[in-house]
Design a protein around this ligand. Structure first.
Ligand SMILES: NC(=O)C1=CN([C@@H]2O[C@H](COP(=O)(O)OP(=O)(O)OC[C@H]3O[C@@H](n4cnc5c(N)ncnc54)[C@H](OP(=O)(O)O)[C@@H]3O)[C@@H](O)[C@H]2O)C=CC1
Ligand SMILES: C[C@H]1O[C@H](OP(=O)(O)OP(=O)(O)OC[C@H]2O[C@@H](n3cnc4c(=O)[nH]c(N)nc43)[C@H](O)[C@@H]2O)[C@@H](O)[C@@H](O)C1=O
Length: 322
């Protein structure tokens, strides 16, 4: 290998929201040797397939952005798939990457690892200090297992396996399924369809009072590469062997009512917004304390309004074709 940018980097989940943004970011930074496999080519829940992949590919670094992902309804309806798939994907990739001598790995967790009623903003050390939110507990338990696997392989084997905890993400390439998606893509689609059909009202799930922190996916990809490019000694000085993850977010949150109003404006919908309180609210608030990553030199660059405008533009282009 002649130079840094030639190293073989495997991006797991490269067709997803975050994986595709990580690939875009790596290419922009002139990394030329990016390895990808579709779900059909490599089922990451299958250990034998994952072992054969790592044994044959001489991978230097891994971004682990493959996972079973969904919004509040999907997490609540398919808990078995959310815990099983995520545990298997993480266990297979982390273990087989270590066996094959991968030099560096980044695991993507989620802000739902923190206790439901955690003090706000949530600092990295609040992990496992209280009960989790019920609607996504199985997914959160799998994500906590991923963090602990990275810590364990670092402690026992000296593997340079790192973890970042993203807040709620959105952006081009999201999943726009009407029920199983996250709130931003769900509402972009609902407001867009209401505008096209001249509907008088749009229903928003829950009370509208929960607060969420939203980060544009290209910022997330940039933060991921920032954490991977950091010197090992800097990562280790800023984490501990038993608490080695780093939060990624904007440090600001809005209510679901506010995000609904903003999306309706961006889409240009003129009707009414109403709330369906038979649907769950989930965690009342999950605002990240992002001061650690800020001290390490990373800051978000895309505002919520600018990110929503670009996301809606791409939704119209790629999903609806108008
Ligand atoms: N979106 C968000 O708001 C947040 C996401 N995260 C985390 O970021 C990471 C990326 O999420 P995101 O990009 O949103 O998710 P997506 O669902 O958009 O992408 C996940 C990718 O993983 C692939 N995948 C899933 N299961 C398998 C499997 N068994 N074998 C091979 N590939 C598989 C999917 O392929 P296919 O579609 O073909 O199955 C898809 O390309 C995840 O770890 C997630 O937990 C964290 C916080 C918030
Ligand atoms: C990233 C994160 O995503 C999930 O957690 P969540 O933060 O609850 O994510 P959500 O985007 O689905 O909902 C946010 C809020 O928005 C409200 N809401 C209104 N109307 C719609 C709506 O139409 N769809 C959805 N999905 N939510 C809606 C909804 O009731 C809730 O109050 C985790 O399971 C887990 O996967 C995880 O880590």
């Amino acid at each position: 290998m002649n130079k840094e940018s030639d190293k073989r980097i495997y991006v797991a989940g490269h067709r997803g929201l975050v994986g595709s943004a990580i690939v875009r970011t790596l290419r922009k930074r002139d990394y030329s040797n990016i390895v990808t496999r579709t779900h059909a080519e490599l089922d990451l829940t299958q250990q034998a397939q994952v072992r054969a992949f790592f044994e044959s590919q001489s991978i230097d670094e891994v971004y682990l952005a493959a996972a079973r992902v969904g919004g509040i309804h999907a997490n609540n309806t398919y808990p078995a798939e959310f815990i099983y798939d995520n545990l298997m994907i993480e266990a297979n990739i982390i273990h087989e990457a270590w066996r094959a001598g991968v030099k560096k790995l980044l695991f993507l967790g989620s802000s739902c690892i923190y206790p439901r009623m955690a003090q706000q903003p949530m600092r990295e050390e609040y992990l496992m200090t209280g009960p989790l939110e019920a609607t996504n507990e199985p997914y959160a338990i799998a994500k906590i297992a991923g963090i602990k696997m990275c810590e364990s392989y670092r402690r026992q084997y000296g593997a340079d396996f790192r973890s970042v905890m993203p807040t709620n993400l959105y952006g081009p390439g999201d999943n726009y399924h009407p029920e199983n998606s996250h709130v931003i893509p769900a509402l972009i689609r609902r407001f867009h369809e209401a505008k096209m059909n001249g509907a008088e009202r749009v229903l928003i799930w829950g009370t509208g009072t929960p607060r969420r922190e939203f980060l544009y996916v290209d910022d997330m990809a940039d933060a991921s590469v920032h954490v991977m490019e950091m010197e090992r000694s800097i990562y280790e000085t800023n984490t501990t062997p038993m608490l080695s993850h780093i939060n990624v977010g904007t440090g600001e949150d809005v209510t679901i009512r506010e995000i609904a109003e903003l999306i309706s404006k961006v889409v240009g919908y003129q009707g009414n917004i109403e709330f369906d309180t038979s649907k769950p609210d989930g965690t009342p608030r999950k605002l990240m304390d992002t001061s650690k990553l800020a001290r390490l030199g990373w800051h978000p660059s895309v505002s919520l309004q600018a990110g929503l405008i670009e996301t809606y533009r791409q939704f119209q282009e790629s999903v609806t074709g108008n």
